[in-house]
Ligand binder design. Structure first.
Ligand code: NAD
Ligand code: ZN
Length: 529
């Protein structure tokens, strides 16, 4: 997997919090203890400006300082095993926050206001506290930043601790490797989604925590199984089934092979199926679990970015028929989703880009901050983006577990994408088709005068920024339109599109005249501006 696109490790440790909490002193000591580089964004800003912070405030004002602070965050946020002391207000900027979280773990150092004040003493270099009543100024500042500080999951109260003691605490926190827990409440029964590392090596305990009990049968594919079979067998007593990799094996034949192997291995109603792989394995093994003996429990262990941010969430499972994709299926949520990010290290680049296309889709559907961060933030994918994309999908499926309304939004770009994929006889990878489809949907919105005027350019720029295609070549427009009609026949209706209105907002169920759709398809052909 290209180092440039997916960056999960090593992580920075980012210290945030109010002035006087000890970010710089603790950060310096922690850097020494962990043998990591220590950087202080305030120092970077001073270096950038060639003058101390109070002078920047006096001569250029706070907005200029904030701009420099954003620039400093950009310079250090990339995951690189640093300890970063992050200026007290820096994370108030949503872009900087996302950036810092993408490359590191945030820890908020807090403290009682009196103690913070005492520590700051008569430090005249704090322009935000300068003036007649530093105590009132500090209260105001704490009030204004409360939500930002409170929203950081890891907190260390430094009130009665020395710098050494705070550093001790931080060394103990499992910061470099952390697991985020999210909950999907629907489709019922709900399940937990764990995003982190060392999940596969702790599989046995994690399955038990989720009340998924033995006997276990692990299903994986021929690419993924060789990478993890040994590790899994070391932690879990299980039978292990390997199916051939690839979308064409999400089929009746493979499904029946699974059923027979389940029977041969004594899988019964008390068993748990553990699906380890990309969306193909999850859909297939999840559907086998949904139907075998009227349904048994299963766990989803996604190993592709697409499966982490999309296919493992929402409880849909199924297989393809020769007549079309995903025609047989069920809603059968897993008992737990264990997304072990370290598995993504071996993911081929083309697969990482497929996942990325779905993440851009997620941002357009419901996360404007994520979209902005993708426009101007890192050019690599970090955990906070993955985290946000998962949350977005969970929110949508929670609102509409059975896909009767809101969930349609997740189809953004997919009406075009499916038609392009089918017309190319699936030579065009899904992610590339989705990328072109996202631009198609935006062009359509633009032609219908429904979206912000700059949106088309913005979507195109983001796709290009991440090396995704925005044009197809060599396919016939009539055949693409036919493929859309086939798709719509199966859905017993007209082609209805999801269109973006602005980042973070889409509208579903949009119909458009065929001539217009034809124009949009033609404009997506290589060679058109
Ligand atoms: N159920 C849902 O809600 C849902 C949502 C989206 C997509 N899907 C389904 O997901 C499928 C696509 O999933 P996908 O993109 O993950 O494809 P995939 O499962 O075919 O995986 C892509 C390729 O990567 C390999 N692979 C997987 N993990 C790897 C790893 N860690 N290292 C190296 N190679 C690895 C696989 O063997 C395969 O060759 C489609 O069938 C689609 O219909 C389902
Ligand atoms: Zn998709």
């Amino acid at each position: 997997m290209s180092e440039s696109l997916l960056r999960m490790q090593p992580l920075n440790i980012v210290l945030a919090g109010p002035p006087g909490a000890g970010k710089s002193a603790v950060g310096r000591l922690l850097g020494e203890r962990l043998n990591r580089e220590f950087v202080d964004t305030d120092t970077l800003v001073e270096r950038m400006a060639g003058k101390p912070i109070h002078q920047i405030f006096e001569e250029q004002g706070e907005p200029a300082f904030r701009q420099m602070e954003i620039e400093a965050c950009r310079q250090v946020a990339e995951p690189a095993d640093r300890v970063i002391a992050c200026g007290g207000g820096a994370l108030m900027d949503a872009g900087s926050r996302i950036l810092m979280e993408a490359g590191g773990t945030l820890v908020c150092l807090t403290g009682e206001p009196e103690v913070l004040l005492a520590r700051l003493g008569k430090d005249g270099s704090r322009p935000l506290l300068a003036g007649a009543s530093p105590s009132e100024r500090l209260q105001d500042l704490l009030e204004a930043r409360k939500d930002t500080y409170d929203s950081i999951p890891a907190q260390v109260d430094t009130t009665s601790l020395s710098v050494e003691q705070v550093a001790d605490r931080l060394v103990e926190l499992p910061l470099a490797k952390r697991t985020v827990r999210m909950t999907a409440s629907r489709p019922r029964p709900g399940y937990e989604v764990l995003l982190g590392e060392e999940l596969i090596s702790n599989l046995s305990a994690l399955l038990e925590q989720a009340k998924l009990l033995p006997p276990y049968v692990v299903v994986s594919d021929s690419n993924v199984a060789p990478l993890y079979e040994e590790i899994i067998r070391a932690t879990l007593e299980c039978s292990f089934i390997t199916v051939p990799a690839g979308e064409n094996h999400k089929s009746q034949e493979t499904l029946y092979q699974l059923y027979t192997t389940f029977l041969d291995s004594g899988v019964d109603r008390s068993s748990t199926v553990v699906a380890l792989g990309g969306g193909v394995v999850l859909d297939l093994a999840g559907f086998a679990a949904a139907t075998y003996m009227r349904g048994i429990r299963w766990a989803a262990l996604p190993t592709t970015l697409l499966a982490v941010v999309d296919a493992s969430l929402g409880g849909k499972v199924g297989i393809n028929l020769a007549e079309g994709k995903n025609l047989i299926g069920a809603f059968h949520p897993p008992g737990v989703v264990l997304a072990d990010l370290s598995t993504l290290a071996t993911l081929p680049e083309v697969e990482a880009r497929t996942g990325l296309a779905e993440m851009i889709k997620a941002a357009l559907i419901g996360d404007a901050d994520l979209f902005t961060s993708m426009e101007s933030g890192p050019t690599w994918i970090g955990r906070s983006w993955i985290h946000r994309a998962i949350q977005l999908k969970l929110t949508i499926v929670d609102e509409d577990p059975q896909e009767s309304g809101r969930r349609e939004a997740l189809n953004l770009g997919h009406t075009f994408a499916h038609a392009l994929e089918a017309t190319s006889r699936y030579r065009l990878p899904h992610g590339q088709a989705v990328a072109i489809g996202l631009l198609g949907a935006t062009r359509l919105a633009s032609a219908l005068d429904r979206c912000e005027s700059t949106l088309e350019d913005r979507v195109q720029e983001v796709l290009l920024r991440f090396g995704l295609p925005v044009r197809f070549s060599g396919l016939d427009t009539d055949r693409i339109l036919d493929a859309m009609k086939q798709d719509k026949k199966r859905k017993q209706g007209r082609s209805r599109f999801v269109i973006p209105i602005r980042p973070g907002r889409v509208e579903s169920g949009i119909e458009a005249p065929e001539a217009l759709i034809r124009d949009v398809v033609d404009e997506l052909r290589e060679g058109t501006p």
